[in-house]
Design a protein around this ligand. Structure first.
Ligand SMILES: [Zn+2]
Ligand SMILES: [Zn+2]
Length: 370
């Protein structure tokens, strides 16, 4: 069918909205009509060339919509189902899926290729070329053909525009606090970077019972919005956070720290660890260039203060189990999603949306297809 998509033809070029030809779903695949796509910061790293990927590629890996067509061999999903697209598919059978760690599914090894699981042949075409799809999704398009392993079935009456955000940023941030940092009642938590992921980490910390939540962000708008969703304090930098947290904890420092700066560099680790108390835990939730092999840290501080450093994929969440639970928190009013969406855009405004994001004018932007 004819469709359109925002395509990146190479690094250091803008998103280009193109007329596309979308193939019918093949074995194990479905076509989804999307309600919306989130503008996740990670896609901009493909523009900047910070994170390697193949080109040309359709951007976007936060989406939700309704299944319109089902290919042969599809078992769990039927036409008309409401689905959230998971940026990490879950095969259900590998060692990690089978042991309740589907965020580490072996499919993770191929998602950066952006080509279909079954045959690695592009399903979308423009200008006579096959297009890759970010995370095998490519949600900067009103219609996507994706594997059913990327689809999390949700209640039919789910507000799908906001549910799109749960496909990546919200789940990654919420889980950073709840699953990876393991925030406990009474904790003091520092969240560094309060865009879509960080403001979800703030909410995870609030829901888990944190007493003090310090948001750190260079942009005033995001500091104010972080307070709207649960931060008790907000400062512009880790350097500013250090005396504040020292005072708030009488020198003990934070029980849990969560780094959600979009792209982590090696110089960020030392100030983060110095904000973390003895026996505390730091959760690294950023993306990072795979070629970075050095980070500054006071080794004796980490060793003799028994500090923990943990990574984070998808907030340590199992998409099929946790996405419906996170949406349930939203519907009970405990998790705020509407407040995260600062602005809604048409697909043709995708570059404007990223300009707003990079200049701190929004927490999360949403491309609406309705
Ligand atoms: Zn993302
Ligand atoms: Zn798996």
């Amino acid at each position: 069918m004819q469709s359109k998509a925002a395509v990146l033809w190479g690094p250091h070029t803008p998103w280009s909205v193109e007329e596309t030809e979308l193939d019918a779903p093949r074995f194990g695949e479905v076509r989804v009509k999307l309600a919306a796509s989130g503008l996740c910061h990670s896609d901009d790293h493909f523009v900047k060339g910070d994170i390697p990927c193949g080109y040309p590629i359709i951007g976007g890996h936060e989406g939700a919509g309704v299944v319109e067509e089902v290919g042969p061999g599809v078992k769990r999903i039927k036409e008309g189902d409401a689905v959230v697209l998971a940026f990490m598919p879950a095969c259900g059978h590998c060692r990690w899926c089978a042991s309740g760690k589907s965020m580490l599914c072996d499919y993770g090894a191929i998602i950066m290729d952006g080509l279909p699981i079954s045959d690695q042949q592009p399903r979308v075409h423009a200008r006579g070329e096959g297009l890759r799809q970010v995370s095998m999704l490519g949600t900067f398009a009103p219609y996507v053909v994706v594997n059913e392993d990327s689809c999390v079935k949700v209640d039919d009456d789910t507000p799908l525009e906001y549910a799109a955000l749960v496909g990546c940023g919200v789940t990654t941030g919420y889980g950073a606090a709840v699953k990876q940092a393991k925030v406990e009642p009474g904790d003091t938590v520092v969240v560094v970077g309060t865009g879509g992921v960080g403001s979800s980490a703030v909410q995870g910390a609030r829901i888990a019972g944190a007493e003090v939540i310090v948001a750190v962000d260079p942009f005033e708008y995001r500091r104010e919005q972080a307070k709207v969703v649960g931060a008790t304090h907000a400062v512009a930098s880790m350097a500013e956070a250090t005396p504040l947290v020292t005072e708030l904890t009488r020198g003990v420092m934070a029980d849990k720290t969560i780094l959600t700066a979009s792209l982590m560099t090696g110089d960020m680790l030392m100030p983060l660890m110095l904000l973390t108390r003895k026996g505390g835990r730091a959760c690294l939730t950023s993306t990072a260039n795979p070629n970075i092999t050095n980070a500054d840290v006071v080794l004796a501080d980490v060793i003799f203060s028994q500090k923990e450093i943990v990574g984070n994929v998808y907030g340590g969440c199992n998409p099929h189990a946790d996405i419906p639970r996170i949406l349930s928190l939203y519907r009970r009013g405990l998790l705020k999603l509407d407040e995260l969406v600062s602005k809604t855009y048409a697909l043709e405004q995708v570059n404007e949306g990223y300009d707003d994001l990079l200049n701190g004018r929004i927490m999360r932007g949403l491309i609406s297809y309705s």
